[in-house]
Ligand binder design. Structure first.
Ligand SMILES: Cc1ncc(C[n+]2csc(CCOP(=O)(O)OP(=O)(O)O)c2C)c(N)n1
Ligand SMILES: [Mg+2]
Length: 347
């Protein structure tokens, strides 16, 4: 981790060095659930049962470690399409995810109207995102400004890929938050690619964390496949944000071990050896080994967790597939202020 943290923050007793046992086990469970759901959605796509999905595999450690350091339900999240494990760790259910994947009327994110995995949940303070890369970054700064004006200590977190940091939205959102010292965390999941474009072809800095210096804020680079290291870095940033010390930019270095989306073929732009090398650094295996060493997980508990997760995915798939589609008469809802006749006479 880059040593850019002010010493007073590192010395803060609120920044513990390890999550407690219950939190660690919950992190592991969320990672298993995300992986199982992701694998199933990919299969459903290939079977022609869902039109599209955005895989998360490889990013689970970064996402779950990040959420564990915050207050889900109170802090505000502006997510992006890769954030399946994040959404689950915050409290979105597998059934909610599958309702979106099958574009069903009861999908809580948007009643079957958005692309799948465009997470949104008013109850859980997950803001509606757009497919447009990076637009959630200035949103998070605005949300943090509102929190500050209300005198609350609920912070905002924007999650995005390294490709998004080359966009104007990133500059505007981070600069504004830095100047206003807003309680916001900019959480970049650097997986080395923006679809097929390697990171070094779209930014001249070595690390996304280096960009922080241009805004006068701390920049931290952390191993994103180490959930506990991410938890620590986000925890430190949260203490700083809540203390009125402003934003932090965190780069969690990771890798997606699967194609960009169900429509992508990553064999066109990277070798199988490269992918295999990163599969050996799987964040789930890594946390599992740690839990075993700490005697927080044994083989029987692991089997039991994996069975529970498989059942949850099975139940969610069945329920969502059987759920009703949106009524075509509601097609224009939320598009126009006044709902037009959804079935105009085209004869
Ligand atoms: C403004 C905009 N430009 C291009 C796209 C097409 N697009 C979708 S995802 C993506 C790559 C983003 O890469 P990154 O930010 O690194 O996130 P990752 O997908 O790697 O997690 C691009 C170019 C888009 N959705 N929006
Ligand atoms: Mg990327």
């Amino acid at each position: 981790m880059r040593s850019v943290n002010p010493p007073d923050v590192l010395a803060n007793p609120q920044v513990r060095t390890l999550p407690d046992a219950g939190a660690l086990q919950q992190m592991y469970r969320s990672m298993l659930l995300s992986r199982a759901l992701d694998v199933r959605m990919f299969a459903l796509n290939r079977q022609g049962r869902i039109p599209f999905m955005v895989p998360c595999q490889g990013h689970e450690g970064a996402q779950v470690g990040m959420v564990a350091a915050l207050r889900p339900g109170r802090d505000f999240f502006a997510l992006y399409y890769r954030d399946l494990a994040t959404a689950l760790a915050i409290g979105v259910t597998p059934r909610d995810i599958m309702l979106g994947a099958f574009a069903r009327a009861d999908d809580p994110a948007c009643a079957g109207r958005q692309m799948p995995e465009h997470f949104s949940d008013r109850r859980l303070r997950i803001f509606t995102g757009s497919s447009s890369v990076g637009t959630q970054i200035p949103h998070a700064s605005g949300i943090a400004l509102a929190s500050k004006l209300r005198g609350e200590d609920d912070l905002a977190l924007a999650s995005f890929g390294e490709g998004a940091t080359s966009k104007g939205d990133f500059h505007e959102g981070v600069n504004f938050a830095a100047v206003q010292r807003l309680p916001v965390i900019f959480f970049c999941q650097n997986n080395g690619y923006a679809i097929s474009e390697r990171a070094e072809r779209q930014m001249a800095v070595k690390s996304v964390a280096d960009r922080a210096a241009g805004y006068g804020i701390p920049g931290v680079s952390v191993d994103g496949n180490d959930a506990i290291a991410v938890w620590r870095a986000v925890g430190e940033a949260a203490v700083r944000a809540r203390a009125g010390e402003g934003p932090t930019l965190i780069e969690a270095r990771t890798y997606r071990v699967v194609p960009h989306t169900s429509d992508d073929d990553d064999r066109a732009y990277r070798s199988r050896e490269e992918v295999a090398e990163w599969r050996r650094r799987d964040p789930i295996d890594r946390l599992k080994r740690f839990l075993e060493e700490e005697r927080l997980l044994d083989a029987a508990t692991d089997d039991q967790l994996r069975r529970e997760v498989a059942e949850a995915v099975e139940e969610a798939t069945g329920a969502a597939e059987a759920a009703p589609l949106p009524d075509p008469a509601t097609l224009a809802r939320h598009v126009y202020a006044e709902e037009p006749d959804a079935r105009p006479d085209l004869s």
